[in-house]
Write a protein that binds this ligand. Structure first.
Ligand code: TLP
Length: 353
């Protein structure tokens, strides 16, 4: 039995998605003639309570388009020191748009340190600094272990940014996980921010795609940025059809992923060599460290040796930061997979001593 806990990006499309893709009515989306793309974008705007939406091939491109559309060359984009935009998007914001990243500390909750945000908001007055053009926040937070930011936390950040006429973009790759964990509609979480990217291709299990949402004017400008990046697609309705099924059928079941992940986190907490905080597992991720018999934390190489030993037991996981093992539950991981993973992890710890 193979238990793939590397990421929720590995999800396979459902049979309903495959059938919807087969039947999809398509057109050339560069000519704005794909009716299924239109339906998906309208559904995304409606669910998030924003004026408009734009289908993009990846979450990374959605974030890059947001940065390039919100900021001009030389304007800083403020990001968290543990954010995906900072760690895992090849520096696109800076490389493509000439926007230096201004990095602020991230609390273990995933929330940006507001005092440091306040300090970092540089106006035009001081020639030493790049004026802040955008502030980015992440919800759920990947490297913090799938933690959830509340509407109140998002509003406190947005109030601060808006007091200085700075827009806020939310990397909401797993925003639906946050909404389900909070038992709140996504549009409540989206309200405080100016633009938002969410992924269809993660826990929602569509094969490809993300949506960027925001004001009509922002999305009009974002469409040109997407074209600039080569993201203008032709009969993309085949992909949008799966995305519609994802939004209509795959949101509520995210709670199952959360329940299974909590089960895994609690089982890990029973293993002496594992350092984990199961109370922090509120969505579909658990991040844990390993300690040797003297209590010392394993380094990246020793941790990778454990990950390889787990792979040999049929349990796939990855490192998220040095010496931090990440396990992600998703559609396709059932109860029996969790039990198999727990046994495989225990055996891998014995094997990798
Ligand atoms: C918060 C966040 N924002 C954006 C993205 C990018 O989405 P894609 O470009 O992979 O569609 C990811 C993907 N995250 C992937 C994963 O978690 O396995 C890897 C790390 O890139 C993400 O976690």
């Amino acid at each position: 039995m193979l238990v793939d806990l590397r990421s929720d990006t590995v999800t396979q499309p459902t049979q309903e998605m495959r059938e919807a893709m087969y039947r999809a009515e398509v057109g050339d989306d560069v000519y704005d003639e794909d009716p299924t793309i239109h339906r998906l974008q309208e559904l995304a705007a409606e669910m998030t309570g924003k004026e408009a939406a734009l289908f993009v091939p990846t979450g990374t491109m959605g974030n890059a388009i947001a940065v390039l559309t919100h900021t001009g060359r030389g304007q800083a984009v403020m990001v968290g020191d543990e954010s995906h935009i900072y760690h895992y998007e090849a520096g696109g914001a800076s490389t493509l748009g000439g926007s230096p990243m201004y990095v602020v500390p991230t609390h273990t909750s995933g929330m940006l340190d507001l005092e440091r945000v306040r300090d970092g908001i540089a106006g035009l007055a001081d020639p030493h600094v790049a004026p802040t053009g955008l502030i980015c926040v992440e919800n759920t937070h990947n490297r913090c272990g799938g933690t959830v930011l509340t509407v109140e936390q998002l509003a406190s950040l947005a109030d601060l940014a808006h007091a200085h006429n700075i827009p806020v973009h939310m990397d909401g790759a797993r925003l639906f996980n946050a909404a389900v964990a909070l038992d709140q509609p996504v549009h409540e979480l989206a309200r405080p921010v100016d633009s938002l990217m969410f992924c269809l291709s993660k826990g929602l299990s569509a094969p490809v795609g993300s949506l960027l949402v925001g004001s009509k004017d922002f999305i009009r400008r974002a469409l040109r940025t997407r074209k600039l990046l080569g993201g203008g697609m032709r009969q993309a309705g085949f992909l949008a059809a799966a995305g519609i099924v994802a939004l209509e059928q795959m949101v509520e079941r995210l709670a199952d992923d959360h329940t299974r992940c909590k089960r895994l986190a609690l089982a890990l907490a029973d293993i002496p060599e594992v350092e984990v905080f199961p109370e922090k597992t509120v969505t579909n991720m658990v991040i844990f460290r390993l300690r040797d018999q003297q209590g010392a934390a394993l380094d990246a190489t020793e941790t990778q040796r454990f990950i390889q030993a787990a792979r040999e037991q049929g349990v796939l996981m990855g490192q998220s930061g040095v010496g931090r093992v990440r396990a992600v539950t998703h559609y396709g991981i059932e109860d029996e997979h969790i039990e198999a993973a727990i046994q495989g992890i225990r055996q891998a710890l014995r094997d990798s001593k």
